[in-house]
Design a protein around this ligand. Sequence first.
Ligand SMILES: Cc1cc2nc3c(=O)[nH]c(=O)nc-3n(C[C@H](O)[C@H](O)[C@H](O)COP(=O)(O)OP(=O)(O)OC[C@H]3O[C@@H](n4cnc5c(N)ncnc54)[C@H](O)[C@@H]3O)c2cc1C
Ligand code: FES
Length: 372
Amino acid sequence: MAFGLFKKKTEEATEKSSTRTGYVTLKVKEVVNETADAISIHFEQPETGDVTYKSGQFFTVIAQINGKEERRAYSLCTSPFVDKNPAVTVKRVAGGLMSNHLGDNLEAGQSLELMEPIGNFTTEFNENNKRHIVLFGGGSGITPLMSITKSALNQEPNSKVSLIYANRDTQSIIFKSTLEEMEAANADRFKVIHVLEQKPSDLNCDEGYLTEAIIGKALKDLPQFGAENTEYFMCGPGPMMDIVTESLNNLGIDKSRVFKESFTSSTDTKSEENAIDSDEIIAREVTIIYDDEEYKYTVEPDETILEKGLDEDIDLPFSCQSGLCTACRGRCVSGKVKMDEVEGLSEAEIDEGYVLPCVSHPLTDDVKIEIG
Ligand SMILES: Cc1cc2nc3c(=O)[nH]c(=O)nc-3n(C[C@H](O)[C@H](O)[C@H](O)COP(=O)(O)OP(=O)(O)OC[C@H]3O[C@@H](n4cnc5c(N)ncnc54)[C@H](O)[C@@H]3O)c2cc1C
Ligand code: FES
């Protein structure tokens, strides 16, 4: 990894980002090894005023790696109600650019350029709420769930939280000791059920992958199971999310009470519009309205609307570039687009005309998208 270049470019980016709306440069206060392949990055709050966020939202980390700007989304694992300093937890992905770059190179005292927190995987907290929040996590998917747990326990004295947390083995459980402390401190309100592929002798847990049978059994043992005031949040690998979704569906849980955050795209969520004849995707001009400016450019069939905008040096917002995070979200006010992936948007957003330019291609000659 070209770390020298990373530092120099980061300094340049720092100057640029300090003037860009929606971006912030934060100093790393501490890097904590959570497991053999996961670190938590704790940031200092800037002197100009605290970074604000909602539990479940994510930062976008921007770094120069091998001479190219890379961006990746990382959910905050901290709670705005409990923790003074915001933090994210990054788990290494085999061969992954950013996760290994951060794991190998990042130290306290360095600065990172970030897009300010955004994201819809969140909930409003209210001290009068009396609900049961059921969380399904897998591996690094614990991060936004940790934030939601901390906030719920802190803000809602009458609510309960249950976490069903799937991992490979004991060593790979991120936040294991913190979760134990939280359980001990909130004995009647917080319960963790571990599911491990390799069951150790010293931990009471289910063995194997998360299955419909394990999910069904765990839920039936939980307080207020199935009650109207129960909400379900899930974040983890695609296959885990699929089995949880199917299980909740089979148990008759209404979709309106199920909330999901995906870190990677799943083939299940590829848009049905993929069925559109590829002949319809031809080079077409689009109009983008962003930051009170109007831009017109032609998108070729093998490009997305975001890709071409970035090639044109337009400073459009983006993060995952996979249609998951909504950082690039805009409203299509005229014309029609084809989206390769629809995971990030709710049905209501799609009905309101929202699109994700990072996975969109123009289908008509009059596409106009307002971003921001
Ligand atoms: C909204 C959102 C929030 C996220 N929050 C977190 C978080 O809190 N902590 C965290 O560690 N990650 C999180 N991610 C994932 C993160 O953004 C990166 O995708 C991940 O770190 C891999 O990036 P990379 O550059 O190392 O790998 P890349 O170089 O981008 O990818 C290398 C290969 O790994 C595959 N891959 C990418 N991500 C994963 C993954 N998560 N698991 C398995 N394979 C993968 C890719 O398909 C590719 O084949 C989040 C993603 C999104 C969209
Ligand atoms: S950049 Fe993440 S949805 Fe488009």
